[in-house]
Design a protein around this ligand. Structure first.
Ligand SMILES: Nc1ncnc2c1ncn2[C@@H]1O[C@H](COP(=O)(O)OP(=O)(O)OP(=O)(O)O)[C@@H](O)[C@H]1O
Ligand SMILES: [Mg+2]
Length: 366
């Protein structure tokens, strides 16, 4: 029997979070404001989330003894990292409510399932096809036409595990980039979208089925990593409304309890296509901490704990910039601008490309 949460958790309850990164850290801080305690379950010691949480467990995601103990010590489980093994969620759900539930996790862990799900509920995506071995690739690329993108179906992030197939790309090399030396692997080939803009929408859904969406935002990447989020996205009201309708529809069809961040393309033809989604707060929602009545982290905690959702009223527009690697050394200068809100994640080593913090410049709305 799987467990579900049917009533709000009282203050003082313990929220278990799988994963210990900055998303967990900011979620744990939001939980603390609501009087909850957090228990971080993460394989790495000294992670950003444990530092601000009352309890933590350092163990692998397949350590059943540690998971069983964790389940006994928490009142609900959620995750800030969706690539936990499916068996971890299955093990936990027998013992304690997990929000968002295993069905949502299952869809969001795999690019093919994400796109199949979208199409099953008539949400448009780019054209795509499954490719399971090197020999198939030639045929599928021929059928689909170039340019296209080959991606791993699982575990990709920040553009890792994907390769653009242009007019001259050698398919042997392309396969190797994504699948390494394996002859067989589950990959997805997508047509390259001619997009005008990348946007994202964050939607939360409560145990009572109420939905709230944050305004669609515009995302700009550098070296495949999110660089800036501009709020709101510079798109027409019509496109903005369509993006929000898609987000709500997806949350409802998934019977989501928690949060879903959906990355979308606005094409040069003004279509809105879903690219991918994550069942948790998202880097492109960090601006909400400083520009909305309820931040994405508070909303996430409210949703997974069975509380009613907070207002997403946006009192300010915003530009959020990620601080990657050495960017963090500019902290003093950033702080000298009074409209800049600095958030640092407490990571000790500023490796290139590592997300060390972010800064949000707020622009109060008239
Ligand atoms: N089909 C596509 N057409 C055009 N551009 C694409 C397509 N798929 C991916 N991209 C580009 O590559 C970027 C990264 O792709 P995607 O979001 O699918 O992967 P990811 O590795 O999970 O990224 P992240 O973790 O940063 O969200 C996209 O933001 C977009 O700029
Ligand atoms: Mg992405």
């Amino acid at each position: 029997m799987s467990k579900t949460l049917t009533a709000p958790l009282a203050p003082g309850s313990v929220i278990g979070i799988l994963g210990g990164g900055q998303l967990g850290r900011m979620a744990a801080s939001a939980a603390a404001e609501l009087g909850y305690h957090c228990h971080i379950f993460c394989p790495e010691e000294n992670n950003p989330a444990s530092e601000v949480s009352k309890y933590y467990t350092t163990a692998d995601y397949d350590d059943e003894a540690a998971l069983a103990k964790f389940a006994e010590q928490v009142d609900v489980v959620t995750y800030e990292f969706e690539n936990v093994p499916a068996s971890t969620a299955a093990f936990l759900i027998e013992r304690i409510a997990v929000n968002p539930g295993p069905k949502v996790l299952h869809i969001c862990q795999n690019r093919l399932r994400e796109k199949d799900f979208c199409n099953s509920i008539k949400v448009p995506t780019t054209k795509y096809a499954e490719v399971t071995n090197r020999e198939n690739l030639d045929r599928v690329v021929r059928d689909m036409g170039r340019p296209c993108i080959l991606k791993t179906t699982e575990m990709g992030y920040d553009g890792k595990g994907q390769v653009l197939i242009g007019p001259d790309t050698d398919l042997k090399e392309a396969w190797k980039t994504v699948a390494g030396d394996r002859k067989k692997a589950e990959t997805i080939l997508e047509t390259l979208v001619d997009f005008r803009m990348e946007i994202s929408v964050i939607v939360a859904r409560s145990i009572q089925g109420a939905c709230q969406t944050y305004v669609p935002v515009e995302n700009r990447h550098k070296n495949h990593i999110l660089d800036q989020t501009i709020v709101p996205a510079r798109i027409s009201q019509k496109i903005s409304d369509r993006a929000e309708v898609i987000a709500r529809h997806m949350a409802e069809e998934m019977q989501l309890v928690g949060m879903l961040a959906i990355e979308m393309f606005v094409t040069t033809e003004d279509e809105v296509l879903v690219n991918e989604m994550a069942p948790r707060p998202h880097n492109s929602g960090h601006w909400s901490m400083d520009a909305c009545v309820t931040s994405q982290f508070e909303q996430f905690i409210r949703a997974v704990s069975g509380l009613s959702l907070g207002s997403v009223y946006r009192h300010s527009d915003a530009v959020m910039t990620n601080l990657l690697g050495d960017d963090v050394n500019g902290w003093e200068e950033i702080l000298s601008d009074p409209s800049a809100k600095l958030h640092l994640y407490g990571k000790s080593e500023a490796k290139p490309g590592r997300k060390m913090g972010h800064v949000t410049r707020v622009i109060p709305r008239k």
